[in-house]
Write a new protein. Sequence first.
Length: 116
Amino acid sequence: QARLVESGGGLVQAGGSLRLSCVVSGLSFSAGTMGWYRQAPGKQRELVAEISSGGSTNYADSVKDRFTISRDNTKNTVYLQMNSLKPEDTAVYYCNRRHPLLPTYWGQGTQVTVSS
């Protein structure tokens, strides 16, 4: 059974940093694109960053130069390093795995709260 388990969220002051981790089990981690999404209260879920199986990355404009996504295929883990955090980064962050020929999977989410 496929599972995506996020960790690393928490409360941090503006300007601080957090690193999120997502451990994947029950499916082929090295295949497909891994992504981080977020959803703030009253807003739609939005893409934050994604990384392809080949290592190509894509970022939302709002997080470019502040966030870095990476993956370790030996540990079935994708990371999101978040620096220079802002109050508007406050949201539940979700890990996602998508593949053009396979089902899409989501984690349960981890809360990130940035205080001003």
